[in-house]
Design a binder for this molecule. Structure first.
Ligand code: GRF
Length: 197
């Protein structure tokens, strides 16, 4: 199965997915919306095709997303993986990749959608935080949940300390979810994802 990974930054989740060498999965390309995304060089060094599509070169979201679809589809993806891709995607984009577009979010959804999740979790005083892998739908940080991992919030936590604890789980959870998708183990049933096998 061809996997295209979209990043905007360091791409540590992308690296975890690449390093996992998912059986039956081939990383067809890593695409960033910023030329300075650190993960691009890492991928290129490993012989993975990379591309940059700078959103600032486009008049609006629709135009950017249309160009992004054309670029991605050139790699004939079976799965498109958002890994720290910091752009809100249009409904047209999301619908084009329905049921083959996944994201990781650093909270236990549906709590703390959007940005600054760790700061907000600490401000709310929750005792558990975590991360969620989900299919992407038009509503931001919603869509059928594939997998979650929880971590404790400690009394002396800072946003950075909590983020690091969650990120460690992201690096375990996301490759597993990609492997489950590639192996055909995920069954979407309404808003629920069931795992077979
Ligand atoms: C991760 O915490 C991910 O959950 C969030 O953005 C961060 C990206 O980190 N969406 P990286 O680029 O994968 O290192």
């Amino acid at each position: 199965k061809n996997i295209v990974i979209l990043i905007s930054g360091r791409g540590s989740n992308m690296q975890a997915i690449v390093d996992a060498q998912v059986p039956g999965g081939r990383i067809a390309a890593v695409i960033a919306n910023r030329a300075d995304a650190g993960g691009l060089a890492w991928a290129a060094e490993r012989g993975i095709a990379t591309a940059v599509l700078d959103h600032k070169q486009f008049a609006g979201r629709e135009a950017f997303d249309a160009a992004l679809v054309a670029l991605i589809d050139g790699y004939a993806p079976d799965l498109v993986v958002l890994a720290g891709f910091m752009r809100i995607l249009t409904a047209g984009f999301v619908n084009h990749y329905a049921n083959r577009l996944i994201n990781i979010h650093p909270s236990l959804l549906p709590s703390f959608t959007g940005l600054h999740t760790h700061e907000r979790a600490l401000a709310e005083g929750v005792k558990f935080a975590g991360c969620t892998v989900h299919f992407v739908t038009a509503e931001l940080d919603h869509g059928p949940i594939i997998a979650q991992a929880a971590v404790p919030v400690l009394d002396d936590d800072t946003p950075d300390a909590l983020a690091a604890r969650v990120l460690k789980e992201e690096h375990r959870l996301y490759p597993q979810a990609v492997a489950d998708f590639v192996a055909g183990r995920l069954l979407i049933d309404g808003n629920r994802v069931k795992r077979s096998g």
